[in-house]
Design a protein around this ligand. Structure first.
Ligand SMILES: [Zn+2]
Length: 710
């Protein structure tokens, strides 16, 4: 199995080191002995492996790396007495990091990429998949499949070296994951040491599987989180993810322990001799004590797969955990590498998604909620109904037009649907069972929270409360201001904000900066230490960068992306406030509508006052994006680039950072002002637009060449 890649991908698609050479030969005048040189080379290669794979900061190009490796191999061939079993030339995969090099929070490279699966949604698509497989395999009569349940959790990788868990990592982007060994080791289904019978010195075994949280545990933890006044998690998957990324800290109360589970189901890198079929591999895992999902099926053909899927489509609620479909794999693993992969997905397996779950219940009322921008949203109040692993009591109706379109009346039987992670929505009314006692719903003319008249702008479906001091809006704007991607003020959650408003301790975001620990202790009967913590968090938020501040202000149409664009073009908040609409609209990616909305926001006297009070409180919005763009007179100075699609090696943020530090600008949309569009795989409309406007399209490699890093 040594170099066998189960997904048919070779490591040559892995990211390449990109930095300039720093490696120097030792002084030639005192030529080292072969033994000394071998020693030096091994140390250097180990170091570069670590720099590249663990620290993600390579110092030499891969060409130079190959040369060092070739020199070492040549020396070892010439002097066999110098060859050792642990030489980088002998390593199963010299790329994989050694155990001691992998610290929490660092990144590791998955030497066998963790690919994602293509999806199918109905039996027809499964039959097409089967037909394609047979065609590629030269037309066997039937192909045998193993079907496993698709658990809604997080894919992880566990690397055992010399029989011990060397590290555990997240899937990440499939090529690089984050090391989370300490948190994985807490999962009771994760072995930190292999059984004695499996221990072999110098051997590696990488197992993969899904970490998830059972529904009952999710509800228990969420109840505790809510009781503590914090925001509960939307679903078990998010809570499991949060738990896996938790910073290591001792759990003082055993009830705070969040119990996760894991099912093992796949193999990464290994030099173990393992059963050649997926079914055999799962049995092997089971026999050796690894937690494997007992719900699996060996199917002689695709029709058996479809029958099995139909069974679970209805039985899925009997399980203590959430499942959103099945994974269908060819049983014979030797065929996997033969079939290879297309784009990001292996051809030998496919996911099958169950249809979105629906339930019928009674709509008992329609109430309106008021959001941060004053938007009033009708929400259906339902008779509690169990759907997709949780009890649903509310469903979205989006806006007043939607209520009219559905012709939904109070007392109606309705069908609600929950697809993926989105909040449930009302799909339709079961009007065949109407009794005539249902009440038509009349949209309110005034705000349900402050009774100001509601307004509806032309060509907008949204109805708004225009009262800027509407308590609902103030509450939502405070929560938005404190949220993670805005000013990131931890501890300022729902309950606390509610209390602060109720007691009049704050009226708007600027008031936050005059809060003292005593205030908090009074309004929320908060412990001294946590009160001091929250005030400390508020204090720290003064230094958040300008783009966070712009997003936090909650200007309509200004999301995180636009906030970045603005911060890249205006050095200070005052510069931005003084900008004319034309200057704003001239920023690539900012259109007329946004420009108008921004100007209107700053023109509103109340907002202008709010900002000057924030500035008096020391909230200045330092602007790293501006300095990054302007101080560098790099190879891309003055140029605007647009990124689209998935780049082969760089993540989008990485590419953007490189462009910025080379003096260039990154824009969110293509226009005539765009100098280059960097297109990766699955580039969409931006690529079309570039072609139409005649903007030059380049690849990641060409970008790197322009940056002078090759
Ligand atoms: Zn209102």
């Amino acid at each position: 199995m040594d170099q066998d890649d189960l997904f048919g991908n070779n490591d040559d698609t892995a990211p390449k080191p990109k930095a300039k050479a720093k490696e120097k030969r030792p002084d030639e005048s005192v030529a080292p002995s072969p033994a000394q040189r071998v020693e030096t080379l091994r140390k250097e290669l180990e170091r570069h492996n670590r720099l590249y794979y663990t620290d993600a900061r390579p110092e030499i190009s891969d060409r130079e790396y190959d040369l060092l490796m070739a020199e070492l191999a040549a020396l070892e061939a010439k002097h066999p007495e110098l060859a050792t079993a642990d030489s980088p030339t002998r390593r199963v995969n010299e790329a994989a990091p050694a155990a001691e090099a992998v610290a929490p929070g660092k990144q590791v490279v998955h030497t066998v990429p963790m690919l994602s699966l293509a999806n199918s949604y109905d039996p027809g698509e499964l039959r097409e998949f089967d037909a394609r497989v047979k065609r590629l395999l030269g037309g066997p009569a039937e192909v045998e499949y193993v079907v496993e349940l698709k658990i809604d959790g997080l894919a992880v990788s566990l690397m055992y070296i010399d029989g011990r868990l060397a590290y555990g990592a997240t899937r990440g982007d499939g090529r690089r994951g984050e090391v989370i060994t300490h948190n994985l080791a807490r999962v009771s289904d994760v072995m930190t040491e292999l059984p004695q019978s499996m221990k072999r010195t110098g051997h590696r075994l990488e197992l993969r599987g899904e970490v998830f949280m059972e529904i009952a545990e999710f509800e228990r933890i969420n109840a505790r989180i809510e009781a503590a006044g914090e925001q509960p998690f939307a679903n078990p998957r998010n809570l499991a993810a949060g738990t896996l990324k938790q910073v290591e800290k001792p759990v003082t109360d055993p009830d705070d322990e969040r119990r996760l589970r894991m099912f093992h189901y796949a193999l990464g890198e290994t030099d173990f001799d393992l059963p050649p079929t997926q079914g055999g591999f799962l049995d092997w895992l089971d026999q050796h004590g690894f937690s494997v999902n007992p719900q699996r099926c060996l199917c002689p053909d695709i029709e058996a797969v479809i029958a099995y899927s139909e069974e679970w489509e209805t039985r899925r609620h009997e399980l203590p955990y959430g499942t959103d479909g099945l994974v269908v794999k060819i049983n014979d693993r030797n065929l996997w590498s033969l079939l290879g992969a297309t784009g990001k997905s292996p051809r030998s397996m496919i996911a099958y998604k169950f249809s979105a779950e629906q339930a019928e219940t009674r709509l008992v009322d329609i109430r309106c909620s008021v959001g941060r921008t004053g938007a009033v949203t009708p929400v259906a109040q339902l008779e509690p109904v169990f759907l997709s692993g949780s009890t649903i009591e509310r469903a979205s109706l989006h806006n007043f037009d939607e209520v009219e379109r559905l012709d939904v009346r109070v007392g109606d039987r309705v069908i609600i649907e929950k697809a993926g992670e989105v909040i449930p929505k009302v799909i339709r009314v079961v009007d065949s069972v109407r009794t005539g006692s249902e009440q038509e719903w009349v949209p309110p003319g005034v705000c349900p929270e402050c009774e100001s008249p509601l307004v509806r702008l032309e060509e907008e479906v949204v109805v708004r409360c225009d009262n800027l001091s509407c308590p609902a809006q103030v509450r939502e704007s405070l929560l938005h201001y404190a949220s993670r991607h805005a000013m990131d003020i931890k501890g300022l959650g729902d309950k606390l904000v509610e209390k602060l408003l109720e007691k009049g301790a704050v009226m708007d975001i600027a008031d936050l900066y005059s809060l003292t620990p005593e205030h908090l202790e009074n309004v929320e009967r908060m412990a001294e230490k946590s009160a001091a913590n929250v005030v400390g968090e508020i204090d720290e938020s003064r230094d958040r960068p300008l783009h966070h501040l712009l997003f936090a202000l909650g200007i309509r149409h200004v999301g995180e992306g636009v906030a970045r664009l603005l911060a890249g073009s205006f050095e200070t908040l005052n510069d931005l406030m003084a900008a004319r609409p034309e200057a704003l609209a001239a920023v690539d990616g900012v259109g007329d509508v946004m420009a108008e909305s921004i100007v209107k926001f700053f023109e509103t006297p109340r907002n202008a006052q709010l900002i000057s009070r924030l500035q008096e409180a020391g909230v200045m919005g330092p602007n790293p994006l501006w300095s990054a763009g302007k101080t560098a007179d790099g190879p891309l100075a003055g140029m605007t680039l647009v990124l689209t699609g998935t780049l082969p090696n760089l993540k989008r943020e990485e590419a953007a950072a490189k462009i910025l530090s080379a003096g260039g600008k990154v824009s969110g949309s293509v226009s005539k002002k765009t100098d280059f569009v960097v297109a990766g795989e699955e580039a969409g409309s931006k690529l079309d637009k570039a072609t139409k406007l005649g903007v030059k399209v380049i690849t990641e490699a060409e970008l790197l060449e322009m940056l002078g890093a090759h």
